[in-house]
Design a protein around this ligand. Sequence first.
Ligand code: GUN
Length: 181
Amino acid sequence: MSTSTSLTLSPAPSACSLETFTQHYGDVYEHSPWVAEAAWKEGLSQKHDAPDALADLMGLMLQRATPEQQIAVIQAHPDLAGKAAMSGELTQDSTREQAGAGLDQCTPDEFARFEQFNADYKGKFGFPFVIAVKGLDRHAILAAFETRLSNGLAEERETAIKEIIRIARFRLNVRAEQPLS
Ligand code: GUN
């Protein structure tokens, strides 16, 4: 089995102008193209043509950002199994991720649990629940929801940022496996 380290992104990030890079990679962080712009401005070399190296650099940009910028990125995420998902308003990446975890196949009872958890979580923390759903099914996600609801604000903010950085890494690896034409 090949490992992700041998994968290459297309178009090659190191060969992109700022405009082209943002056009192709600006959506790796949900509705937050400034993360890609900041990474490009750091200087991209050929090593960043590999998805994991680019993911490291983009993740660093988010970790270095101000608390306000970090919260804005968290806020840019849609609810899991929420109204935007129901009405087909998600980004292509979110649609694939949520469907991949079977969230489009919830029973009415499970949808109701997600709705309640989404409301409870936002009520407590003021931002949506974000988790990298790759490899998780809806039962595992509901269990994680329940556990994380009992955390404190600082811990949850830190967890959300880590999960968002993992989501971006998965997104870049998917793009390297299925290069855009
Ligand atoms: N994890 C992976 N995709 C998503 C998403 O679209 N929304 C949230 N909240 N978490 C995610």
